[in-house]
Design a protein around this ligand. Structure first.
Ligand code: 8OZ
Length: 367
């Protein structure tokens, strides 16, 4: 039986262990450019089998929060190159998370102050963060406009371009498509946010169309064996909801199975919250079976509220990788601490989003 500390392959990526640093939004990239403290932060955590960066906008339109990084301008890619060089110097592997927020944005963050874009003109009952005079404030997201049918190829192109630049310019080992947490691709998937009557709305096949087109384009640009995807079937994050998620996600996984991806990354339950949601039951074993039955050979990555005991149970039940989030914020040497059953540093919620070095690169490693 493999342990968390045994190596594993995920597509083209040979990983030193099965412990993954989950994507974690930290809002420390002014003008969307990763700074030197981000290189230090990720390099400190390079003993993870795989680092997934914080969600990173593929386009200005894909931005939804203050001071999150991007992949759509040269200075952003150069900032990321310093990050990937620092991680590689410490022997780590790092992929970036490709992000389009869709309706989870604010006019102030959009090109020319325009409306955020979405499958349908339905506002998300959620908040985003703006920073005014250095002070982060939570604000309601803005009313979005529905994307026209002829704008969708441009969105696929933005993903393709970002994936290409991430691997070929910024030095990433691969990319993860952010298909979770109520952002653009999840908005298209789910009935609560998608009321389109064209080829991208209505049936499961139609609602999954954009996500699958994006995944094929990204896999072509980055290499399928260097592409992963993150999904959250039942999370209520950012007002996500679907009338019948089990058949929707089993369809998506059967389609993804044919693409030769490096891994599939599943958030179980409510993102960063309860692993079970009584009013939103979901059978994750059936989801994995659908993927494997359809020939999917990517690594199966699970996430949400894992500790060592639960993670080893997941491996015993057939998961290949376990992503840890908040424990990695406060424990740069999480892998060693888990191996040695050493105590974990507590995290400080007040420094999750925004600010500088404090709460970012100053959590101590074991001596
Ligand atoms: C926390 C704050 C802002 C964004 C996600 C990218 O939930 C995020 C996010 C998390 O996937």
């Amino acid at each position: 039986m493999p342990t968390l500390f045994d190596p594993v392959r995920a597509g083209d990526l040979q990983l030193a262990n099965r412990i993954v640093m989950a994507p974690l939004t930290r809002n420390r990239s002014p003008r969307a450019v990763p700074q030197d403290i981000s290189a230090t932060y990720y390099a400190q955590r390079a003993s993870a089998g795989l680092l997934i960066t914080e969600a990173t906008a593929i386009s200005h339109q894909g931005q939804g929060y203050a001071d999150v990084p991007g992949l759509y301008a040269q200075d952003q890619l150069q900032g990321w190159k310093r990050v990937t060089d620092a991680v590689h110097a410490n022997g780590g592997k790092i992929v970036t998370q490709l992000w389009h927020v869709g309706r989870v944005s604010h006019n102030e963050l959009q090109p020319d102050g325009g409306a955020p874009v979405a499958p349908s003109a339905i506002v998300a009952k959620t908040k985003t963060v703006l920073i005014h005079d250095g002070v982060p404030t939570f604000v309601e997201t803005s009313m979005p406009r529905a994307l026209a049918l002829d704008e969708l190829p441009g969105i696929v192109d933005d993903y393709r371009r970002a994936a290409q630049a991430a691997v070929h310019q910024a030095g990433f080992d691969g990319v993860e498509i952010h298909g979770a947490n109520g952002y653009l691709l999840d908005q298209f998937l789910k009935t609560g946010s998608n009321q389109r009557s064209d080829a991208y709305g209505g049936s499961i096949e139609n609602r999954a169309r954009l996500l699958l087109e994006v995944t094929r384009a990204v896999a072509e640009a980055a290499g399928a064996g260097r592409t992963g995807i993150r999904l959250s079937p039942v999370t209520p994050a950012n007002d996500a909801s679907d009338a019948d998620p089990q058949p929707l996600f089993e369809y998506v996984l059967r389609q993804l199975a044919t693409l030769g991806l490096a891994y599939v990354h599943i958030i179980e339950g409510a993102t960063g919250g309860p692993r079970e949601i009584p009013e939103r039951p979901f059978d994750y074993a059936a989801l994995k079976a659908a993927y494997r039955d359809a020939g999917g050979q990517g690594a199966w990555m699970v996430n949400n509220g894992y500790d060592k005991v639960l993670a080893e149970k997941a491996l015993a039940e057939g998961a290949d990788l376990v992503a840890f989030g908040k424990p990695f914020i406060s424990n740069p040497d999480l892998v060693r601490r888990l191996r040695e059953d050493a105590p974990l540093n507590a995290w400080d919620k007040n420094t999750f989003y925004g600010g500088g070095a404090k709460g970012f690169i100053d959590y101590p490693a074991l001596a």
